[in-house]
Design a protein around this ligand. Structure first.
Ligand code: ZN
Length: 236
């Protein structure tokens, strides 16, 4: 059996450090792009099912790896200088039932949340927006700060890559943090375009066939990495 704690092999420690840095970059990029405010959180599941997550009180704009906590699948905090967020349950609930998911982001972005406030369904109005359609909706504005709400959200998300939470926010998941980050960006960009188009008319919504073509072409790790690199290069 592999040793744990301080005796963990050096390569594991290096991988964990790299994951923490990716988490830091992801959160700072989301904050810089007005997708995350002072409340959002992102996580990475490690191979041993421990979860890296930013602390609740941390400054998202100037985050460092010192702000990253470790929790387990039952939301118990294992380490970290500050407390993990109250909504840590959201991450645990999804990881418990989605073995394919290795990274989760939850925050309270404006454009997609506006749609949920007035009962407008999310509709793909630009190509990348197709990747997260159909979009499940959690029909409750309540915080995901307990196991029951977390299980309800995980059930709503089911096998989808993203969901909206009514008058609350959004969640995106991925097989890695790059995927979760990019899908959240697509979700919010599409919502902004949909909202804006609604101000001047009825937006064109992609057909099922057009969405299928978009998904075939755009669900691509190389394109996801390019989008991540675009935002990473602008990080102040
Ligand atoms: Zn929230």
């Amino acid at each position: 059996m592999a040793p744990s704690g301080p005796d963990r092999p050096a390569h594991d420690a290096a991988a964990e450090m790299q994951a923490k840095q990716q988490l830091v970059d992801c959160i700072r990029m989301l904050e810089q792009n007005d997708i995350m405010d002072y409340n959002g959180h992102a996580s990475i599941r490690l191979p041993d099912d421990r979860i890296l997550i930013n602390s609740g009180p941390c400054q998202r704009s100037s985050l460092t790896i010192e702000d990253i906590c470790v929790i387990d699948l039952d939301a118990n905090q294992l380490s970290g200088k500050d407390s993990a967020p109250l909504e840590r349950h959201l991450h645990c609930g999804i990881y418990r039932v989605r073995p394919d998911v290795k990274s989760i982001i939850h925050c309270h972005p404006k454009w997609s949340t506006y749609l949920t406030m007035v009962g407008k369904p999310y509709q793909p109005v630009y190509a990348q927006g197709s990747l997260v359609h159909p979009m499940p909706l959690l029909d409750s504005p309540n915080s995901i700060n307990n196991r029951a709400m977390a299980d309800q959200l995980a059930q709503t998300l089911a096998d989808r890559p993203a969901a909206l939470l009514k008058s609350h926010g959004a969640v995106a998941v991925g097989k890695d943090i790059v995927e979760a980050f990019v899908l959240l960006n697509y979700l919010e960009e599409n919502s902004m375009r949909q909202y804006m188009a609604l101000q001047i008319g009825e937006p064109y919504v992609f057909t099922d066939e057009e969405m299928r073509l978009c998904r075939d072409k755009l669900w691509n790790a190389g394109l996801f990495q390019r989008a991540w690199d675009h935002f990473r290069a602008k990080l102040r």
